[in-house]
Design a binder for this molecule. Structure first.
Ligand SMILES: *Cc1c(COP(=O)(O)O)cnc(C)c1O
Length: 240
């Protein structure tokens, strides 16, 4: 069936090609990288356009906004195939909504949040898949735990019954210096390897956004979180 691509669908296709090229350059298969389309600030209709082009993984930063979108899309025939990733800062009073509406949480950065997510995850749902957010840029970024704090938090999360600890996430400082970007991503990969050497089984590196996905894939990203290159520039001034 021939179908006309919308501008959004054409951008999505370009991102897929860019991922495939980065994988080729890194000697990796394109299937080894999952594309998460980050639709924050964009309406459910935009998500739907991406769905029509086969996109299934979506990332969101704001709890209220994302729950409205999940509800708006719920009636679509393929809504049950969607995989929702929470990637934003987590307030502990929002953990119940996150545990109920998402399959993945990438931004766990403290034990209290992890414990609440585990307690609040419905026993009839599969364990919530989580990543620990690591601050790989030191002073210049506020969110995430330091690499030194990661082993203790990983051990705590691994002991929680309703969570499945899958990997690490990072948002390095924006930079046009590709070798600096690669060092940050390499640091996340090395930390993942260290945790696995201590007995964890982490298979996920959530790293790479519109500006730096190529560097992230070169350093082993298994999930890239792409907003702007798919949905377009976000309008400034939206507050949550
Ligand atoms: C907004 C956001 C993204 C997507 O960023 P782009 O630069 O628009 O691709 C990825 N990850 C997180 C955590 C974000 O907040």
């Amino acid at each position: 069936m021939a179908s006309i691509q919308s501008p959004l669908q054409a951008r999505l296709e370009k991102v897929r090609e860019r991922i495939a090229m980065a994988c080729l350059n890194a000697g990796r298969t394109p299937e080894s990288v999952t594309l998460i389309a980050v639709g924050k600030t964009f309406p459910a209709a935009a998500i739907r356009e991406a769905m029509q082009a086969g996109q299934r993984h979506f990332g969101e930063n704001y709890v209220q906004e994302s729950i409205e979108k999940v509800a708006q899309l719920a009636a679509l025939p393929d809504a049950t195939e969607l995989i929702w990733h929470f990637i934003g800062p987590i307030q502990s009073n929002k953990t119940r909504l996150i545990a109920a509406n998402f399959q993945w949480v990438h931004s766990v950065d403290r034990e209290k949040v992890a414990r609440r997510l585990s307690e609040q995850r419905d026993v009839h749902l599969p364990a919530l898949k989580v990543c620990i957010e690591i601050n790989v840029s030191g002073e210049s970024s506020k969110s995430g735990v330091s690499p030194a704090e990661a082993p203790a938090l990983a051990d705590q999360i691994a002991a929680l019954p309703r969570l499945s600890l899958r990997g690490l996430m990072a948002i390095p400082e924006p930079t046009s210096d590709v070798s600096l970007a690669r060092r940050r991503f390499a640091a996340l990969r090395e930390l993942r390897d260290q945790l696995n050497a201590r007995g964890h089984a982490l298979d996920t590196l959530s790293m790479g956004m519109t500006a730096d996905m190529d560097a992230a894939i070169a350093e082993g990203a298994t999930m890239v979180r792409i907003g702007t290159a798919i949905f377009g520039e976000r309008t400034a001034g939206i507050t949550h």
